[in-house]
Design a protein around this ligand. Structure first.
Ligand SMILES: Cc1cc2nc3c(=O)[nH]c(=O)nc-3n(C[C@H](O)[C@H](O)[C@H](O)COP(=O)(O)OP(=O)(O)OC[C@H]3O[C@@H](n4cnc5c(N)ncnc54)[C@H](O)[C@@H]3O)c2cc1C
Length: 490
């Protein structure tokens, strides 16, 4: 059972995109940069959240920020709503077209336009892939700190829209801490510059408002990013536990000891089995869970921090603690962790990744709640997540051909998010609300709060034409169920 939005109706006839509009768009980007054929449009019918699908009528691929502005201008004059899209790795259905016939994809905006090593700044177009930035400045001893596990594919525009995090968020902060300014094409087609290279600006932090807006304020075309000095040294430890419970108590113990690792990640038994068979990193497949703990900074003092982490882990029952002996070993451990989602494909035809947050001290409680949910709904749920941030990622395995199982997946996901809120947390840590979690927003916000947020949105997008029907619970979004479809390739 896959839920489809009305916008998915493929009548074969354009609904919101007249042939005149198509001609106007082709005049801006060239006919070759319009995706119009039904078969090609299927690529765009979902992002990493595959439980709901809807193909747009038309995808436009502008080649520069200026072309984005002209495209949006054409859509504004025609009054046509649109969906921004980067690489489509989002995990909350943010790119699902709901009453938005045109998708504007920034993947051709690939230029790193300026690098200012001395001031540690870089200007990137929206379609630049996250990892390209660190690669570009690595010889200058710098890197771009936000490192989502999807960093080999996801774009800066998507990162800004979702305020993305990553394993090293624990020490370095999320995207908003590293974006100094953005160029935004408003849904009217007007281009505005918010923030810039200067660190502190008086007035409202409008850049901060755009980061995390999930494409509902318009399309980000350029971003000025802060670069971070690459640490002198690392210590990367793998602590092996017999149970998830012991590992999650160790997480609380490390934080309580006043140690701030650069990263503190957990993988449980189910995930370890998948990852090990994919990457052969020497992970213990008989363990209940492992913690990947990374410390970084000046060489002096790192060994002492590592010793303290070891002590805490041993006190909480770690049966073995390994230390990466070389850069290659460290890289292999991170490869295994960052590609864990991909490896999960070995376990089941489909999976749904949840993204909730709890206070760090409640990590053991939420993991117990997840295990109970899995049992109650007869589902397999693996956990691979940013434990130090309390940002959980239960991965719920299923087969989309089994309607009852899909129903149980949705129910389990909802219950897990409710448990996060009940434990004092939130319904998303880094993947955004998209369409997936709109119904959970009232768990955190009153109707007045939600109204206030939609009013802020109206300042940027009074007609709600940029990524409509996202984030906020919306009575207009009615869904219909259809026969199962294949899972779209990502
Ligand atoms: C294997 C895997 C691992 C992941 N790991 C992490 C992780 O560790 N941390 C994390 O935070 N996320 C993670 N994600 C989620 C995802 O990669 C991030 O949300 C990422 O920022 C999305 O970037 P994208 O370019 O793919 O955006 P898309 O999926 O294309 O779009 C995401 C949202 O951003 C909007 N958008 C895209 N581009 C623009 C733009 N230029 N202007 C305005 N709005 C725009 C879209 O409308 C949509 O709402 C992971 C996903 C996968 C598949």
């Amino acid at each position: 059972m896959i839920t489809r939005h009305p916008a998915a109706e493929a009548s074969g006839r354009p609904r919101g995109t007249s042939s005149l509009l198509r001609e106007d768009l082709a005049a801006v980007v060239g006919r070759a940069n319009l995706v119009e054929q039904a078969a090609s449009l299927m690529v765009y019918e979902c992002d990493g959240y595959t439980l709901e699908r809807a193909a747009p009528e038309l995808v436009v691929l502008p080649g520069s920020p200026e072309e984005v502005a002209r495209v949006i201008g054409v859509l504004a004059r025609a009054g046509v709503p649109f969906v921004p899209r980067g690489a489509g790795t989002g995990l909350s259905g943010g790119t699902l077209p709901v009453e938005a016939p045109v998708m504007v994809c920034t993947s051709r905006l690939q230029a790193i336009e300026a690098v200012d090593v001395r001031n540690r700044r870089l200007v990137a177009q929206a379609g630049v892939v996250n990892l390209w930035i660190s690669r570009r400045v690595q010889n200058d001893g710098l890197h771009y700190a936000p490192d989502p596990s999807s960093q080999g594919a996801c774009t800066i525009g998507g990162n800004v829209a979702e305020n993305s995090g990553g394993p090293h968020t624990l020490k370095y902060g999320v995207t908003t801490n590293h974006v100094l300014g953005v160029e935004l094409v408003l849904p009217s087609g007007e281009v505005v510059q918010l923030g810039g290279a200067v660190e502190e600006r008086p007035g409202y932090d409008l850049t901060g408002l755009v980061v995390g807006a999930e494409g509902t304020f318009g399309i980000v075309t350029r971003a000025t990013l802060r670069l971070t000095r690459t640490p002198e040294a690392y210590r990367t430890l793998l602590a092996v536990f017999d149970s998830v419970d012991a590992a999650s108590e160790a997480v609380s113990g490390i934080i309580a000891a006043g140690i701030v690792p650069a990263a503190l990640e957990m993988m449980d038994h189910l995930i370890l089995a998948a990852v090990e068979s994919a990457f052969h990193a020497g992970l213990p497949t008989d363990a209940g869970a492992v913690l990947l703990v990374e410390l970084d900074g000046a060489e002096a003092g790192l060994d002492e921090h590592a010793r303290r982490v070891r002590d805490v882990c041993e006190r909480h029952g770690a049966r073995e603690i390994r230390s990466a002996a070389s850069d290659a070993e460290r890289a292999l451990l991170w490869k295994a962790r960052k590609r864990a989602f991909g490896a999960v494909g070995r376990l089941a035809p489909n999976y749904c990744t949840q993204d909730g947050v709890v206070p760090r001290t409640r990590v053991p409680d939420i993991l117990r709640a997840i295990a109970a949910t899995a049992e109650r709904h007869r589902l397999r749920i693996g956990n691979v997540f940013h434990a130090g941030d309390g940002n959980i990622h239960p991965i719920i395995l299923f087969d989309e051909r089994d309607e009852d199982e899909v129903r149980r997946v949705l129910e389990a996901g909802r219950e897990i998010l409710e448990a996060c809120v009940a434990l004092g947390g939130s319904v998303t840590g880094e993947h955004g609300i998209g369409v997936e979690k709109m119904a959970q927003m009232p768990l955190l916000f009153s109707p007045d709060d939600l109204l206030a947020m939609t009013r802020v949105r109206a300042v940027f997008d009074p007609e709600q034409r940029s990524n409509p029907h996202k984030i906020f619970p919306d009575a207009k979004v009615c869904v219909e169920t259809r026969a199962p479809r294949r899972q779209a390739a990502m």
